[in-house]
Design a protein around this ligand. Structure first.
Ligand SMILES: [Zn+2]
Length: 269
């Protein structure tokens, strides 16, 4: 699996169906232990499929995998590969899943149709974008002096039912209403969400929050910019306009060991 998979979801987060060519299909059990350990094996006979390009978001950066199906373009009677989980193992993107009917599989490097579960992708993109909005709201409050000046963006998780953004520094619990008001303002402004590829130098100097772990590839560092309010290096998928997030609800603010954790969810507006 040394063939590169082009991550199409990084260029177009609204591409839900796509034709690609199989690079490899092999049983999950044939891979090295450390690769197998990346996956929660689905029931049945799990296979790893790679292709020249993919629209399936690979789990990472706090965003879960996409799920969906991969089917043959040549025969409607061909097998369906159900994608359960997707991980990046450079330079390839690995789709783990099972074939239906069991025992069938793709033969050779055929052309296939990828289709992701759209409702799930849209929800992930809403939650993910909302995390950035909360980061920007908090950065605005810091600039205005409403929050301490030593607050720095930290890690985030955008899993449905367990979404949060963390910050180094202390955010008092009574600031929740201020954060909510700022978030509401930004969403109501329906700002554009744009993707750029910047040099590492520019990403470090111009982004609102930068985690030490980011790295670019041949396209540069992928950055998401929201209106002209701010930007973050990011590999995930987003909505195109902030109102698509729906209502972003701050659930709580907790502090532990110098880190503040802001939990949140998105609701239909
Ligand atoms: Zn993002």
């Amino acid at each position: 699996m040394d063939h590169r998979t082009e991550p199409l979801y990084q260029k177009d987060g609204q591409l839900y169906k796509h034709n690609s060519t199989i690079s490899s299909v092999q049983p999950l059990s044939s891979l090295p232990q450390e690769t197998q350990a990346l996956f929660k094996a689905p029931e049945g006979e799990p296979y790893i499929l790679t292709s020249t390009s993919t629209i399936f978001h690979a789990q990472g950066g706090g965003q879960p995998s996409d799920t969906g199906t991969i089917t043959s373009t040549s025969s409607s009677a061909g097998p369906t590969f159900h994608v359960h989980q997707v991980r990046k193992v450079d330079p390839a993107i690995l789709h783990v899943g099972t074939f239906e009917p069991a025992g069938a599989k793709f033969e050779g490097k055929e052309e296939v149709i990828q289709a992701i579960d759209v409702d799930k992708r849209v929800l992930h993109s809403r939650i993910h974008t909302a995390g950035h909005v909360i980061g920007l709201a908090i950065n605005l409050l810091v600039k205005e002096g409403a929050l301490p000046s030593d607050i720095v963006d930290g890690k985030a998780s955008h899993y449905p039912g367990a979404a949060f953004v963390e910050f180094q520094g202390l955010i008092a619990g009574d600031k929740k209403a201020d954060i909510q008001a700022r978030v509401d303002e930004l969403v109501a402004g329906d700002l554009d969400v744009k993707i750029h590829f910047w040099t590492e130098e520019r990403a470090r100097s111009d982004c609102t929050g930068v985690l030490e772990s980011f790295k670019g590839d041949e396209d540069g560092v992928r950055v998401v910019e929201i209106g002209n309010v701010g930007s973050y290096p990011c590999g995930g998928t987003h909505v195109l306009k902030l109102k698509e997030c729906g209502k972003v609800v701050i659930r709580g603010v907790k502090r532990q060991k110098g880190v503040s954790k802001v939990s949140y969810e998105v609701q239909d507006a």
